[in-house]
Write a protein that binds this ligand. Structure first.
Ligand code: HEM
Length: 454
């Protein structure tokens, strides 16, 4: 064990102005990446009284998420997300509340549990195939982020609320996007504009939040007015019917609302970004595209995929995993230290924040040869088994691993199979997207031609 005498002094860029200048010049991900080259796998970023440790090595990810996870919680670093967006849903809750919520919700998200939603993923996939047929004929580019955001929002809203009409889907999606935008711009500002000031941004945020809350409260009230037998079989109904193992009590309404917003927020944007980055990676990689097409053609031969087909489409899954490596939709996440600790030989004072970054760990040259190359061959079972398990953590790891990972892998697998066998989206020549961090991965745009495959 380390004693105070053996502790090293943590290196890192000095001075608030230098750091802010670095962010302005290179963006957040660019600056933390550049500092990594200068200071190594564990370094410090200090903003006035705030002290953040950037921990990139897989061993540190393991230590914080698994080995000594009791010491790392989601405390003050998650206050803004709790306050402005998610309340006390599963993503932001802590301690015993979190444990009870996780236990209650885990059965819905097992690999078997999520299969209940395959049918609606396929149905929405069919609609997008029809839309892309028309777009391909017109020969005009589309902003593929919009299509991916709409379809993932539609899938999760159907899974959660059995929501069917596209007006409702767009309305709720747009309101939640205003809330996400408000939260991320608010977090990016060094000096916050008080939220009680009647500025346009504050008003828009409050209107969006009121709308989202009213909508969800309305659905819950409608259900309560009906006999249980008439409730649709969706995630909300399952949550409303669930009972706490210890107390036997149902989930209170404010918790139902927080869980619903959390599921919507966490369950569509991330998957939309994955699909968007995936089309980008494929459009840059003719070799991977050819291999994917060969697999899809030989297994599906033009048919709509079934669940059984997915087992025979391993390369498609490798493409998804490799996309999540290069462009993880949650490029960073954080934990707050409860007590003094030691990480990688450096002292970690109680109250300081540890930033774990899938974006950087996934580019660590000791674990990923030629890290910037898009290479789905990294995901053969043999190569996967050889790797440090925490060298890859797009869904986080340990007990707070993403509960929706099976849902999103099923969804992306189905969408890639359905769309990939018919179309080959191609980036508009001359356009290069920028990938940045604004709460989650932000992509500056992805205009693409939807080309129909021969
Ligand atoms: C490619 C898609 C996805 C990625 C990359 C992703 C990534 C993550 C990450 C990194 C975390 C940990 C966040 C933190 O510690 O602050 C997380 C947690 C979570 N995710 Fe996902 N996610 C994805 C899809 C989904 C989906 C589809 C759902 C729901 C249907 C979902 C629901 C959640 C929830 C509820 C948590 C909190 C779990 C807990 O703390 O117990 N995610 N996700």
């Amino acid at each position: 064990m380390n004693t105070a005498a053996t502790l090293k002094t943590m290196p890192g860029p000095e001075g608030l102005f230098q750091i802010m200048g670095g962010f302005r010049r290179l963006g957040f991900l660019g600056f933390v990446g550049e500092s990594w080259k200068t200071y190594g796998d564990t370094y410090r970023l200090s903003f006035g009284p705030r002290n953040m440790t950037i921990a990139i090595h897989p061993e540190s990810v393991r230590y914080v998420s698994i080995t000594n996870r009791q010491n790392y919680e989601k405390l003050k670093s998650y206050d803004a997300v709790r306050h402005y967006m998610l309340g006390n849903g599963l993503l932001t809750s802590t301690g015993d509340t979190w444990k009870r919520q996780r236990k209650l919700m885990a059965p819905f998200y097992t690999p078997r549990g999520v299969q209940a939603y395959a049918e609606l993923m396929l149905r929405d996939g069919e609609r997008l195939v029809e839309r892309w047929e028309r777009i391909a004929q017109r020969g005009e580019p589309v902003e593929i982020i919009d299509d991916m955001t709409y379809i993932t929002a539609s899938i999760i809203l159907k899974a959660m609320f059995s929501m069917e009409t596209s007006e409702e889907i767009i309305d709720l999606k747009d309101s939640v996007e205003i809330m996400i935008g408000y939260l991320s711009s608010n977090q990016a500002l060094p000096f916050k504009i008080p939220d009680w000031l009647p500025t346009k941004t504050n008003r828009d945020y409050k209107n969006a939040r009121t709308k989202v809350h009213a909508y969800i409260n309305g659905i819950i009230a409608q259900r309560r007015a009906l006999p249980e037998a008439q409730w649709p079989d969706d995630l909300l109904a399952r949550l409303m019917l669930a009972r706490d193992e210890e107390t036997g009590l149902p989930v209170p309404d404010d918790m139902l609302r927080d869980e619903s917003i959390t599921t919507f927020f966490a369950g569509h944007e991330t998957t939309a970004k994955t699909m968007t980055s995936l089309w980008y990676c494929l459009s840059k990689s003719p070799e991977a595209t050819a291999k994917l097409h060969a697999e899809l053609d030989s297994v599906l031969g033009g048919r709509t995929p079934t669940m059984a087909d997915l087992h025979n489409l391993p390369y498609a899954l490798q493409v998804i995993k490799e996309t999540l490596r290069l462009y993880p939709p949650a490029p960073v996440y954080v934990r707050d230290a409860l007590a003094d600790d030691t990480l990688d030989g450096y002292p970690i004072p109680a109250g300081s924040t540890i930033l774990l970054s899938p974006f950087l760990t996934h580019r660590h040259p000791d674990f990923w040869p030629d890290p910037l190359k898009f290479d789905p061959e990294r995901w053969t079972p043999e190569r996967e088994a050889e790797r440090h398990p925490q060298a890859y953590h797009p869904f986080a790891s340990g007990q707070r691993v993403c509960i929706g990972n099976n849902f999103s892998l099923l969804e992306t697998h189905i969408l890639l199979a359905m769309l990939g066998q018919k179309f080959a989206p191609r980036l508009v020549p001359g356009f290069e997207p920028k990938f940045e961090m604004r709460g989650t991965l932000s992509i500056s745009g992805m205009p693409m031609y939807i080309e129909k495959r021969a």
